[in-house]
Write a protein that binds this ligand. Structure first.
Ligand code: PMV
Length: 311
């Protein structure tokens, strides 16, 4: 017998960076767009021992690989959920993404959300407790495995603050997401490590206030259909996070010359046309670009310039 679930990844425009405790309570409110095109899938099967393996990759992607730390984190979350819901026995956990993992494409968000959902299905059949959890409760449990995964339970927009994650209604209903993949290498510093290491940055003081101020500005920009203001807020926000990385002790970072080339292209486009995409980066070198549906021409230009790197 198998239990299977899928979950989408999400992209924060106001970032979650820094935690207030070990259960991934965020230092500040974050806001994300759910990327329904980037999906993780988890399949649980009864087995002689609990272990992880990659699921056969979907066409056009590579088989997923997880570092030992990544694998242990995944298994630990499964164990936590099983204890929570009274599930006994051992299971093979197989997973895959339809996109490259561990390079700033937020694969932990979708993987942990899918793992939580698949384990919930298992627990509803095999657990010792009667369960009737809603999305908010499932998101709160998923958060304990990977903070940003709690936002993947809501679409198209999710907001996450000290009360938990939930959907938020915004007038922007359609966004075309692309990512310029400048590198598929595994990252040197995981996002879990980044959350800890930014504690050493003197700029962490005031970070929650800056994020809240930007959230407010961004929500207003969306309400007013003011795409340029949205771009400027989102641009300042990812730089703020990357500056936390670079002002940590010792400093660390993810930007490469190729990331900067993409950023420069986007900024120049805005400067020349007074229009362009929203641009953001997570804890990785790849650059996410978000377009309105009427901006197909700009997408074509981006693809013309960066070719196969545009996913
Ligand atoms: O959920 P984590 O621990 O992988 O942290 C994610 C952090 C960022 O992706 C950099 C920002 C965010 O809000 O998703």
């Amino acid at each position: 017998m198998t239990w299977r679930a899928q979950a989408p990844s999400n992209l924060a425009l106001i970032k979650y960076m820094g935690k207030t405790d070990a259960s991934n309570q965020p230092l500040n409110t974050s806001l994300s767009w759910t990327m329904s095109n980037l999906i993780s899938e988890v399949v649980l099967t009864e087995s002689a021992q609990t272990q992880w393996r990659p699921l056969d990759p979907v066409h056009g992607t590579q088989s997923m690989s997880l570092s030992e730390t990544g694998r242990n984190k995944f298994l630990k979350h499964f164990d936590f959920l099983c204890r929570q819901w009274g599930v006994e026995g051992s299971y093979e956990i197989a997973s895959r993404n339809n996109f490259p993992s561990d390079c700033g494409l937020a694969s932990s968000a979708s993987s942990f959300a899918a793992l939580t959902l698949a384990t919930y299905k298992l627990a509803c059949e095999r657990g010792s407790k009667w369960l009737d959890l809603n999305q908010n409760q499932l998101a709160a449990l998923s958060r304990q495995g990977s903070g940003s995964s709690c936002r993947s339970f809501f679409a198209p927009w999710a907001i996450w603050d000290e009360q938990g994650a939930r959907a938020i209604e915004l007038p922007v209903k359609e966004i075309i997401h692309h990512v310029v993949v400048v590198s598929r290498d595994k990252k040197g510093v995981s996002s879990s490590q980044a959350h800890q290491r930014v504690q050493a940055s003197p700029l962490l003081k005031g970070r929650a206030e800056r994020a809240h101020e930007r959230l407010h500005l961004l929500l207003n920009a969306f309400e007013d259909s003011d795409w340029r203001s949205a771009y400027e807020v989102v641009w300042g926000e990812f730089w703020d996070m990357h500056v936390l990385f670079e002002t940590s002790s010792p400093p660390f970072g993810y930007m490469t010359a190729r990331s900067l080339a993409v950023l420069e292209w986007c900024r120049a486009y805005w400067d020349q046309h007074d229009d362009g995409p929203l641009v953001t980066m997570d804890a990785g070198p790849n650059v996410h670009v978000l377009f309105r549906p009427d901006q197909l021409e700009i997408i074509a230009k981006l693809k013309g310039h960066f070719g196969d790197m545009v996913l």
